[in-house]
Design a protein around this ligand. Structure first.
Ligand code: CP
Length: 303
């Protein structure tokens, strides 16, 4: 049994298997419509979500399986003091696989230690990791760029709390000659633990989006993570620090693609949506296909 708690839980070869399964699902979706018949996904969201929860649930339904779970921990027995380990041990009696989001870093890892038969998928643990968003991001980049080697990737915004960014950088760093440009204000810089595993010559840091934009093959914008701030004044001061506009996109390469995990607040102006280099809505669709392939892979289900 395998879990997906952080991006490096899968080898590059395993990602290739999943990418190839995604290609197959996109080409022949009807061939997969009942491969998970009689399988149940436990969708346990202790923290709000639109895309991740609904794409997991859609993924399982499109595979012919069923879904149980909750989208609000306030309606679960967590409110009565039940521990996460106990909740997960009970879920293992009901479901075959579990996607879980939790506000605490390390919660998914803890859940994976409590089970013996049910794979756990980390759907986001606090400001730590979000490996299935990374799957969506990798599938999108692969689709538009043909692979990952030799790319210059700018990640912009909240690099301190942005779990999608921590995960993506970790995954991309395994490919050949990938260069990162970390674009953030001083207060939201990439924390050392997420930076230390990258060779120093493979990244640079700046607070100036316009200085960086012309050299990027991929620009990954991100929201300032309001829910992780202790001070609301600090959030208000930083929240609109970067706003990508069509005017700024004039300085980007003709084939630079713009990704964003969404939800967006103000950091990408809606006038950028019509730019053909904006692929953040396609990214959500690739996320659903990626989650279909992931569920199949972790359950050992074949066509
Ligand atoms: N990208 C992402 O995790 O979105 P949700 O918070 O809506 O799931």
């Amino acid at each position: 049994m395998k879990h997906l708690i952080e991006p490096l839980d899968f080898t590059k070869e395993e990602y290739e298997k999943i990418f190839s399964l995604v290609d197959d699902i996109i080409a022949n979706p009807e061939d997969f419509s009942s491969v998970c018949k009689n399988k149940l996904l436990a969708s346990l969201f202790f923290e709000p979500s639109t895309r991740t929860r609904l794409s997991f649930e859609t993924a399982m339904l499109r595979l012919g399986g069923g879904v149980i779970g909750f989208s609000d921990a306030g309606v679960s027995s967590t409110t009565k003091g039940e521990t996460l380990s106990d909740t997960i041990r009970v879920m293992e009696n009901y479901a075959d696989i579990c996607a879980m989001r939790h506000p605490k870093e390390g919660a998914a890892l803890l859940a994976s230690k409590a089970v013996t038969t049910m794979p756990i998928i980390n759907a986001g643990d606090g400001g730590h990791f979000h490996p299935t968003q990374t799957l969506a991001d990798l599938i999108t980049i692969r689709h538009y760029k043909g692979g990952f080697d030799n790319l210059t990737v700018g990640v912009c915004g909240d690099l301190k709390f942005g779990r999608t960014i921590h995960s993506l950088v970790r995954a991309l760093n395994r490919y050949e000659n990938v260069k990162f440009v970390f674009i953030s204000p001083e207060e939201l810089k990439m924390p050392d633990p997420f930076k230390n595993f990258i060779d120093k010559e493979n990244y640079e840091e700046t607070n100036d989006l316009m200085e960086a934009i012309s050299k990027l093959d991929v620009l990954y914008m991100s929201r300032v993570q309001k829910e992780r701030f202790v001070s609301s004044d600090e959030y208000e001061r930083l929240k609109d620090i970067y706003i990508l506009t069509e005017e700024k996109m004039k300085y980007a390469k003709e084939d630079c693609i713009v990704l964003h995990p969404l939800p967006r607040v103000n950091e990408i102006s809606t006038d950028v949506d019509d730019d053909e280099r904006s692929v953040y809505f396609e990214q959500t669709k690739f996320g659903m296909y990626g989650r279909m392939a992931l569920i199949m892979y972790l359950l050992g289900v074949e066509k």
